[in-house]
Design a protein around this ligand. Structure first.
Ligand code: SF4
Length: 472
């Protein structure tokens, strides 16, 4: 096929559950491509000599490589091409914000629409499952060395996966009674079906990874004890699960105030959380969008999002914003809460102010400025601020680890070694709230460093560290 013919093929979009059906359940919203569509979409790829898509992917998947195999119908080979660099393509293909990563860098996006890389990756993982193919790599003979991994999110899962496949005995300590960290308690089922997380768990157990649930390191056991128990090294992959507060009157002592990741954790763990019909969600990221969509599915009728900038500045991915609006959630833009009103301790409404956009701030986005005298009240039963998350430092109790001023662990950016030489860290507890692919990438870097550390090798020597200097 000539490049001109490839250029003429329009981008394909997946089928989706209709909005009126979606909001009644937690079924996956987006369907996968069928074979014909996948091959047509793969034919849009120009197999660039300088594939910017690879640079846009935090784990540097060989995207043109797997697409070339896919369009020759070599689906199994194409899947293993992705697995050369990715520990969990079935997760990344569903939850990564592709528009900001691989697809955002795809050359076809310059004059039109990028190749639908995420959906092609998903096609391969779905095809492997549907055809009963082996998706596991061979396990290694045990080498007698023990590794502790704190947290079972994507960074910890990646460290466990890579080190267990090199013969290390890995134990994951998970504070919650369920596996998967933010994948399980932060991402709703309609974006990531739970059998996919279950398959990742099975893959780790298959190679002997031990998982200890309900154990909070720093409270039930401290890291120094693990060292005494023979763990030669530890990885901190505890994520950033603590909600940042709005800091407004009424936030601490009013019934009806919940915070974004706490609400998701409770609902996604199966708790019946009552928040009423009229729900205000504050924030513009994916957590805010998920909270609003989960609230709808849990029966709230009047859900809307309060965001202090405009839709263009929202950090959430455009497909999530699109789904949100299709499902009937209104976005109240250029508005911010200033006070939570209550009667007898129960929330009655939220007082807001109108904003306007001023000069760009450090993030490059225009700074919202309060319009004086613009106060107005929205009647509501609940407010769920979902503005950001920070790291909870229970795990490093008693260790006096170096922490950055914004609360994440200070690490050597090339090796991810913390200020305590036998402890490494990665994922959201180093980066702040970030994407799954970035957490996986840091898991890969940390696993390599931990392996070298346990083998008494130089952490840097002979290692291609240039590719680790990713601009996050
Ligand atoms: Fe294909 Fe886009 Fe990557 Fe080029 S940049 S190789 S067109 S996916």
């Amino acid at each position: 096929m000539k490049p001109k013919e490839r250029m003429a093929i329009p981008r394909h979009y997946p089928k989706e559950l209709p909005p009126e059906e979606r909001i009644t359940n937690f079924k996956e919203v987006t369907f996968g491509f069928d074979e014909e569509t996948a091959i047509l979409e793969a034919n849009r790829c120009l197999q660039c000599k300088k594939p910017f898509c690879i640079q846009g992917c935090p784990i540097h998947n060989d995207i043109p490589g797997f697409i070339a195999l896919l369009r020759e119908k070599k689906f199994e080979e194409a899947y293993w091409k992705v697995r050369e660099t990715s520990t969990m393509p079935s997760v990344c293909s569903r939850v990564c914000p592709h528009e900001f990563q691989c697809e955002g860098a795809c050359v076809r996006g310059k004059k039109g629409e990028p190749v639908s890389i995420g959906m092609l990756e998903r096609y391969l993982t779905d095809w492997m499952v549907a055809n009963g193919k082996n998706m596991y790599k061979e396990c290694a003979r045990a080498n007698g060395k023990k590794v502790a991994i704190i947290g079972s999110g994507p960074a910890g899962m990646t460290v466990a996966h890579l080190l267990s496949h090199q013969g290390y005995s890995c134990t994951i300590f998970e504070a919650l009674p369920i596996f998967g960290g933010m994948l399980s308690v932060g991402i709703p089922h309609y974006r990531l079906p739970r059998d996919i997380i279950g398959a990742e768990l099975y893959a780790l157990k298959h190679c002997g990874v031990d998982i200890v649930y309900g154990t909070t390191i720093g409270r039930d056991k401290i890291l120094a004890e693990l060292k005494k128990e023979g763990f030669e090294t530890a990885f901190l992959g505890i994520g950033a699960h603590e909600s940042r507060k709005l800091g407004i009157e009424g936030e601490e002592d009013t019934q009806g105030v919940l915070h974004g990741v706490d609400y998701l954790r409770r609902v996604l763990s199966g708790e019946d959380v009552t928040i009423g019909n009229r729900v205000v969600v504050v924030g513009g990221g994916n957590v805010a969008i998920d909270v609003a969509r989960v609230a709808l599915r849990r029966g709230s009728k009047d859900v809307f999002i309060l965001y202090r900038r405009t839709k263009e500045e929202m950090p959430a991915s455009s497909v999530e914003i699109h789904h949100l609006e299709e499902e009937g959630v209104r976005i109240e833009m250029l508005a911010a809460p200033v006070k939570i009103h209550q009667q007898d301790g129960k929330m009655t409404g939220v007082e807001c102010v109108r904003m306007e956009l001023g000069e760009p701030d450090d993030s490059g986005r225009r700074r919202p400025v309060v319009k004086e005298g613009s106060n107005f009240i929205i009647e509501a039963d609940s407010i769920i601020p979902a503005i950001s998350q920070k790291v909870n430092h229970t795990a490093d109790k008693g260790l006096q680890m170096k922490i950055e001023s914004w609360g994440t662990y200070r690490v050597n950016p090339k090796t991810l070694q913390t200020s305590i030489e036998w402890i490494f860290a990665g994922g959201d507890d180093v980066l702040g709230p970030q994407t799954v692919a970035k957490a996986i990438y840091q898991g890969k870097v940390a696993a390599e460093s931990m392996h070298r550390y346990m083998q008494g090798q130089d952490l840097f020597e002979g290692r291609d560290l240039t590719c680790y200097m990713v601009d996050w």
